[in-house]
Unconditional design. Sequence first.
Length: 164
Amino acid sequence: MEWNSTLYDKSHGFVAEYGKDLLEFVPKNDKQAILDLGCGTGTLTIQLADYCNKIVGVDSSQSMIDKAKKQFSNIEFKICDALALPFEHEFDVVFSNAVFHWISDHNTLLKNIHKVLKPHGLLVCEFGANGNVATIETAFVKVCNTLGYEYQPKFNFPTVAEFG
């Protein structure tokens, strides 16, 4: 999926706004390192910078990372696939807002997060779960089929049993 960072900030700013509530679960420690997984344009990454000594924002979108770097040149941002993170035991906290439901393979995702965390590291995340947009998605599929189009949902909304 190709993201448009300008359109995202203009039309989907509510995503980062909702994510601010997650910050209360991130310990403040000027000796820790935090990875913002799926950082988008860096709106929450810049706030996380106050919680640590080292902050790195990663996203799979070139457009998002370019805008994040332009807005917050003092923070390290990298293009990374969440299923192939290039870090090992470097972070005390992995923070992720509204990202996991975009990723199809949660087992590999969690293994990668475990790999990048230091021993006793912390994952602070939020994402859509089973049934999150079921009514909308069912209606959309029905309309697409009626019009002769085939739609394959892009989201991965697991049940508790599937994720656990």
